[in-house]
Design a protein around this ligand. Structure first.
Ligand SMILES: Nc1nc2c(ncn2[C@@H]2O[C@H](COP(=O)(O)OP(=O)(O)O)[C@@H](O)[C@H]2O)c(=O)[nH]1
Ligand SMILES: [Mg+2]
Length: 447
């Protein structure tokens, strides 16, 4: 989801060539500026960010290393709201009550269900309330989504008062010992008084722990402006950016925290219920720098597989023991995990691949079928020890899988790179390693 920005950051970093070369710093900053503006980050924020990076780099001495550090730490600052919440925070006394608000079509209902599914995977008991009585069939939409995903819903079509429904839903959540109540509400095409007063009344009624504003990221700076207006009336505690999979204006995610002083909490990256990602500034900064987000990956995996397995996987990656069996197992479980593209972005060094992949259909993709055919043509030993594969073995595998040797080589190279990168950046020394590697190579960031 950050492929375009990540790519341009890499380009900028690669422009940093010589120590104390002001010209290369200027070029790198120019590249950053262009790409940030193109991604629709607000021009004032871009200006400030560049100023900070420039002064940090100059203070430490111009060079690739100081540029990398400055870029990362300033990105972190940019994404962080002081005192703002990060992740999903449970109330000290359940149920944690969440009020969803936003304009019509922004993705409230979809996000409500995504969030419910996310929390249910964490073994929480979740109730959703259908308080959108404006749009015809809005209750029906929520009913269907909830029943498809086995989420409890509170709806009452005999009532035409959303505030009453909210009240009854809260009662049910308390009496039924639910951990979380999520209230879906009506939107409007534009902000109007009637909507605001309906929302504030619901707010007064349920006393939410969280007020989430769902903003359509495709609307760029407008998303931030409307969130600001809602915030004046509703005191939003977090923003969820939906439709981030259409990544033309991805920069909204960068400017939001500093423009609104409200933290971005989740990002919606597709239409499927699994396509919701936690927004944790450290992790996002890492991903923007193409260092991957192993923690996020492990967590997303843990939601689906069990936690123990996921931890074992991360530890294997760290030890460099990730083999073809693990790879196959990962492929299988990834089917359940939402879009391939967003997962790829979490793997160190793989963001470039993510943009090439698009939204891959894991069941039917030719690429995955070839990978599976290749792995099934390997012996048990070969699967456990990828290093065993010499030329004659590769030839045999190619024949067995009905592929050319070139295809086999290409896949093995990808696999090796991924495993190597994953190992490199999973340790505490990851950042240092990256810098060393780059100062040795001079230019290209490794893939
Ligand atoms: N591609 C994509 N589509 C989304 C995302 N979130 C919501 N949508 C789509 O946006 C449309 C409006 O969503 P909905 O939840 O009904 O919006 P609401 O009016 O705010 O409740 C639906 O077609 C959703 O499938 C997302 O993260 N990615
Ligand atoms: Mg809706």
């Amino acid at each position: 989801m950050f492929e375009a920005l990540t790519d341009s950051f890499k380009t900028a970093i690669n422009k940093m060539r010589f120590a104390d070369d002001e010209n290369s710093l200027k070029k790198a900053l120019d590249t950053l500026k262009k790409s940030l503006l193109k991604a629709d980050v607000h021009h004032k924020i871009v200006k400030e960010l560049l100023k900070e990076i420039e002064s940090d780099v100059k203070a430490k001495g111009i060079g690739k290393e100081s540029f990398l550090l400055a870029l990362k730490s300033n990105l972190m600052d940019l994404l962080t709201v002081e005192g703002g919440k990060v992740g999903f925070i449970y109330a000290s006394k359940p149920p944690t009550k969440v009020l969803m608000c936003g304009l019509q079509g922004s993705g409230k209902t979809t996000t409500t269900v995504k969030l419910a599914v996310h929390l249910k995977q964490k073994k929480k008991k979740v109730l959703v309330a259908a308080c959108d009585l404006q749009r015809l069939a809005a209750v029906e939409q929520l009913k269907q989504l909830c029943s498809q995903n086995e989420i409890d819903l509170y709806a009452d079509e005999s009532l035409n008062d959303p505030i009453m429904i909210a009240k009854l839903a809260k009662q049910k959540a308390e009496e039924g010992l639910y951990d979380v109540l999520i209230v879906d509400t009506a939107g409007r095409l534009a902000i109007d008084e009637e909507l605001m007063s309906e929302l504030s009344n619901i707010k007064t009624t349920i006393e939410p722990d969280e007020v989430f504003y769902v903003a359509d990221s495709m609307t760029g700076q407008d998303a931030i402006r409307s969130a600001g207006t809602f915030n004046e009336k509703m005191q939003i505690s977090g923003v969820i950016l939906s439709k981030y999979d259409g990544d033309s204006k991805g920069g909204v995610a960068l400017g939001l925290a500093s423009q609104l002083h409200i933290p971005l909490r989740f990002i919606g990256v597709g239409e499927k219920v699994a396509d919701l990602e936690l927004f944790v500034p450290e992790r996002i900064a890492s991903r923007l720098m193409d260092e991957g987000d192993l923690e996020g990956l492990a967590e997303k995996t843990a939601d689906i597989i069990d936690e123990k397995e996921a931890r074992k996987m991360t530890s294997k990656i760290k030890k460099g023991q990730f083999n073809f069996n693990d790879f196959l197992a990962q492929l299988e479980s990834m089917k359940k995990l939402g879009s391939m593209k967003s997962l790829m972005g979490m793997i160190p060094g793989m963001s470039g691949m993510a943009s090439k992949l698009g939204d891959m259909d894991l069941e039917n993709s030719a690429e995955i079928k070839s990978i599976k055919a290749m792995i099934s043509s390997m012996t048990k030993k070969e699967r456990e020890k990828p290093d065993l594969l010499n030329n004659s073995r590769k030839k045999r595998i190619a024949q067995g899988a009905g592929l050319s040797q070139m295809e086999v080589n290409r896949f093995l190279k990808q696999f090796k790179n991924a495993a190597k990168m994953a190992k490199k950046f999973s340790g505490k020394k990851g950042m240092q390693d990256l810098q060393n590697l780059m100062s040795q190579q001079g230019s290209n960031i490794p893939r």
